[in-house]
Design a protein around this ligand. Structure first.
Ligand SMILES: Cc1cc2nc3c(=O)[nH]c(=O)nc-3n(C[C@H](O)[C@H](O)[C@H](O)COP(=O)(O)O)c2cc1C
Length: 180
């Protein structure tokens, strides 16, 4: 298989080459098309291009985070934020078992970003391990919104080895959980 689902990789080394605005816009349009809870579209995306801010964001990644260097080197970082009360809530009342559907929505938005970037010849990596509070302050995100992930994007500088996936047999169940 060589479709974008199987060839996409998390890329953690970028060339110095800047990502063109046209490609950034294509990525944003892919994010716009993501399905969301009740089509509430809870996402807010901050396109960080300011070199100083990108460097500061890289400094907020968890210690030994393998994405630190590439985040600092990226010419664009997407900060994926959302309003938690727009997914899974009607008029402020939680309507399903889960109160964090916004994370689900933002996961799909993030996947659209990464797959579109890949289709355009760009690498990306979803970064979830960083100091969220400090990053929210740096990006001046209002209190009712939560920053969930950072996605540095750039021209790949290498071809990462695909990490192993579980076999279908190992996680697919037919008809019931015990079904083979
Ligand atoms: C929610 C989420 C958070 C992640 N956080 C980080 C991170 O903080 N640092 C990092 O280097 N990679 C991070 N990753 C990337 C994963 O490590 C990567 O997707 C996984 O190892 C599989 O590799 P692949 O994307 O090349 O298939 C994250 C991925 C997801 C989905």
């Amino acid at each position: 298989m060589d479709d974008i689902f199987s060839t996409r990789r998390s890329v953690r080394r970028f060339q110095d080459k800047e990502v063109e605005q046209q490609k950034i816009t294509s990525i944003l349009k892919a994010a716009q098309m993501a399905p969301t809870w009740g089509n509430m579209q809870c996402q807010e995306l901050i396109v960080v291009r300011d070199r100083e801010k990108i460097a500061k964001l890289a400094g907020l990644l968890s210690e030994k985070n393998p994405a630190t260097l590439c985040t600092g080197k990226a010419t664009v970082v997407f900060a994926v934020c959302g309003n938690p009360l727009r997914s899974g809530f009607y008029k402020g009342v939680q309507v399903t078992r889960y109160d964090q559907w916004f994370l689900y929505d933002l996961g799909i938005v993030s996947q659209n970003i990464c797959l579109k970037a890949w289709e355009l010849g760009l690498g990306s990596v979803i970064v979830g391990s960083f100091d969220h509070e400090k990053a929210e302050r740096l990006l001046e995100i209002p209190g009712e919104y939560k920053l969930v992930s950072l996605i540095p994007v750039g021209y790949p500088d290498h071809k990462p080895t695909p990490p192993k996936r579980r076999e279908l047999d190992d996680f697919v169940h037919y008809d019931t959980f015990s079904g083979k």
